[in-house]
Design a protein around this ligand. Structure first.
Ligand code: FAD
Ligand code: SF4
Ligand code: SF4
Length: 497
């Protein structure tokens, strides 16, 4: 495995909490601490135990991710300050899980027997309540400390109540009760997955859905999944949802695979790594097997960055040689980014690796419009490098009308391929190139945003527009374009996040 000293694998992320999940931790504090003073409060705990086991028959460990008061405590209060490191494998091993369950049951039974001796006296219920309240407090303390030191959901790897749920879930599956009720993480179509591993990096249980989608149903069957939706909300491709097994096939049928039909895996060698800027590299891959890739400008490829965990990153093709035996991508290093740190630190000329592609439909240009408008900011310029190369350098499309490129960046040093676009514009009357900087360091460049240039242009309502960059920029330009009468179907946008 390639080492990554610069960026941690597991990332804290914005969580979306239902009101129950957000505030259920108050119950833990009430029972665990309040129960020490009002022991009868502890008698609420058996109801929780019955509810969680009942739920698990139908929905696996759904309770843990959605209702569990301790889970809510870990997610809300411990998560933000947790060290958030890898949970040691032995804490998730079967012997540890079994030992904790046996110890818990033994201890609880021993204390029940002690309390049973007081049956019939006035103190019986109070002492029984105290047993539960103290157990609740112990979990709060032990789970909280483990959560701070390792990862917020460390306790949940071997929690005896979680193990009981797992056993009841297996029973529910065996007798068919979970069949129509069990919602699992579901990918709309496996072909659309970028293998970026973000679902694994944000999972509080440190599971890896993208490595374990079942072949036919495209569902993650991991029984430890607590159905917390965190991966669903964070998948950059937006292809995850919770669905019941019988719904998965229907979801797949609805998916359009336009732009993904030609995709296959390629073995490649890194031919050249060119330093375009301090934080931007142009990498050329020589295709080994197969030795040609037929792609449309605007499409992207997946580049393998960590083979041991099948992790890839998506990069737009920013050019190729004449016979497409060499494919080029242009990559900007993201501070703290996992994949770009691996690429910048470890990739060397001569290395071999895997690619997948070509992929994507959104920025494949339809040249039949009367006018084309390309709008980019930041590293979102890359798809238009390949497009301009194909249209104006190689004349691969019979396009004889007007095309305009608007390019926004922050500083002078953020402009990549500027000289290239200037040169193409000089040699082609049909191609116009405008650039603008939001924080220019010199007087040489106009100050502002691509929206400012767009305001001065008069694109016709038939113009086909292709946008790549930040969501804010895309929102701003779409508003202006719509006001100019350009219909939504002629506005195409791809984000890199
Ligand atoms: C279709 C497609 C095409 C792409 N083409 C290119 C390309 O040509 N050149 C290129 O440099 N990148 C491109 N990207 C982005 C690229 O895939 C990676 O996301 C990027 O290199 C960061 O990877 P990382 O592993 O370093 O960061 P990660 O560790 O994966 O990301 C850390 C966090 O930052 C967020 N993030 C990712 N990218 C950005 C960003 N640019 N700005 C702010 N936050 C971000 C992620 O959502 C994540 O939460 C493309 C992405 C897609 C989906
Ligand atoms: S987060 Fe990445 S790896 Fe996981 S399903 Fe989404 S695209 Fe695939
Ligand atoms: S796989 Fe997804 S839903 Fe399951 S526990 Fe991990 S983040 Fe939550």
């Amino acid at each position: 495995m390639q080492s990554n000293q610069q960026a941690p694998f597991y990332i804290k992320t914005e969580r979306s909490f239902s009101p129950v999940r957000k505030y259920a931790w108050l119950f833990t504090v009430l029972i665990g601490i309040g129960g020490q003073f009002v022991p009868l409060l502890g008698l609420l705990v058996p109801f929780i135990m019955v509810a969680l086991m009942g739920t698990s028959i139908f929905k696996g460990k759904y309770w843990c991710g959605n209702f569990c008061p301790h889970g809510s405590f870990f997610d809300n209060l411990i998560g933000p300050v947790s060290r958030h490191t890898k949970i040691p494998a032995f804490l998730r091993s079967k012997p540890v899980i079994a030992a904790v369950l046996v110890f818990f049951m033994f201890n609880l039974s021993r204390r029940f027997i002690e309390v049973y001796a007081t049956l019939g006296s006035g103190e019986f219920l109070e002492r029984l309540g105290l047993v539960f309240a103290t157990t609740y407090l112990m979990v709060l303390l032990a789970g909280g400390l483990l959560g701070l030191a390792i990862n917020e959901r460390t306790w949940c790897q071997f929690c005896p109540m979680g193990t009981m749920q797992l056993l009841f879930y297996k029973l529910g599956k065996a007798v068919g009760l979970a069949k129509n009720t069990d919602e699992r993480v579901t990918v709309s179509h496996p072909e659309l997955c970028h293998s970026c591993g973000k679902c694994a990096r944000v999972c509080p249980m440190q599971l890896s859905p993208y490595l374990q989608f079942s072949e036919n149903q495209q569902q993650f069957d991991g029984e430890s999944c607590i159905r917390c939706h965190t991966c669903v909300h964070n998948c950059p491709a937006g292809i995850l949802q919770m669905a019941k097994p019988h719904e998965a096939e229907e979801i797949k049928k609805e998916v359009s695979l336009e732009g993904f039909e030609q995709a296959s895996y390629y073995r490649v060698r890194i031919k050249e790594i060119a330093i375009l800027k301090d934080d931007v590299r142009r990498i050329s891959f020589e295709l080994l097997e197969p030795d040609r890739m037929s792609y449309d400008p605007g499409q992207f490829i997946l580049v393998e960055v960590e083979p041991a965990i099948n992790m890839y990153r998506a990069y737009t093709i920013s050019g190729s040689n004449q016979d497409n035996s060499e494919i080029t991508v242009t990559i900007k290093k993201l501070p703290g980014g996992y994949g770009t740190n691996l690429i910048f630190d470890n990739f060397k000329e001569g290395d071999t690796l895997n690619l997948k592609g070509p992929l994507g439909n959104e920025l494949r240009v339809d040249p039949t419009g009367s006018e084309l408008l390309f709008i980019a900011n930041g590293i979102g310029i890359t798809p238009f490098v390949a497009t301009v190369q194909s249209f104006f350098e190689r004349n691969e499309y019979p396009f004889h009308r007007k095309a305009t490129l608007l390019y926004g960046a922050r500083y002078e040093e953020d402009l990549v391929y500027d000289d290239y676009f200037e040169k193409v514009a000089e040699n082609n009357n049909g191609f116009n190139y405008y650039k603008i900087l939001s924080r220019p360091r010199t007087e040489r460049y106009a100050r502002g945003y691509v929206t400012d240039i767009l305001n001065d242009l008069q694109p016709s309502p038939e113009t086909r527009v292709y946008i790549c960059g930040t969501a804010d920029m895309a929102g701003g330009v779409t508003e202006i374009l719509t006001a100019r009468g350009i219909s939504a179907e002629n506005i195409h946008y791809e984000s890199f996040i």
